[in-house]
Design a protein around this ligand. Sequence first.
Ligand code: GTP
Ligand code: NA
Ligand code: MG
Length: 280
Amino acid sequence: DPEETLQPRPPVVAVMGHVDHGKTSLLDALRKTNVTRGEAGGITQHIGAYQVTTKDKSKITFLDTPGHAAFSEMRARGANVTDIVVLVVAADDGIMPQTIEAINHAKAADVPIIVAINKIDKPEANPQNIRNRLLEHEVIVEEMSGDVQDVEVSAKEGTGLEDLIEKINLQAELMELKARPDRDAEATVVEAQLDKGRGPVATVLINRGTLKRGDTFVVGTQSGKVRALINDQGKQVKEAGPSVPVEVLGLSGVPSAGDMLTVVENEQRAREVAQYRQEK
Ligand code: GTP
Ligand code: NA
Ligand code: MG
């Protein structure tokens, strides 16, 4: 991309960690919502994508990932579309199998980790033990002369949230994240499903460019024309720029998570490319 048209873009942050360590609760606290309560069995089963506006009006895109053992593929996907991983570790529980797996996904994707030591409101919380145990997995926090930022939080009581946001922003600044908004969009499918009323729906994260209503596109072996874009507040929007998560309606079928969405010049071209890919 030519340097002059690059614009700063919000960081994309995947929240990862072991089951029930408080990933969704932490995002709820940051967004002042309550997604956790609506989840079947209290288990996250999909990747939720949300944008948070911070006090200084900057934006952060968060991806919530499930901690359940069965969802390794989703965590890998989360790490791959991400700039930063927030590793949530419950201070009363410690380093568990999906904590280690999340560390491995982040390292494989070469994504920096910020450790959020959660549930520090609990009497049995032992944050120092978490820092020590992380050493064994080569996650070395700053106070142990490493370069990984850590922060103690309580999603329940809302403590440490400002600190977490500050550390994310600090990390993001170092990375100088930029993208061109003034071009046809390229986006990654985070999840997709067939909706009874609305047809095939894909939640995408815009990598670069701006996706607009009426754009024709190819996504995996599917094609389409953007009939509607719906933001993380459930509101229709006309367009979505870099790092924005948005639901896309108007697909020919359900794409796969991880597929790239690319805008092409017209519907005929979109169908041709999709057809060609189906035959391969
Ligand atoms: P999965 O998505 O299923 O992997 O779980 P999760 O990591 O999203 O955890 P979730 O937010 O569902 O929280 C699990 C449980 O821990 C819930 O009962 C929360 O109320 C509780 N919890 C989360 N954060 C805190 C905290 O800071 N303090 C205390 N005491 N409980 C918490
Ligand atoms: Na849970
Ligand atoms: Mg969850």
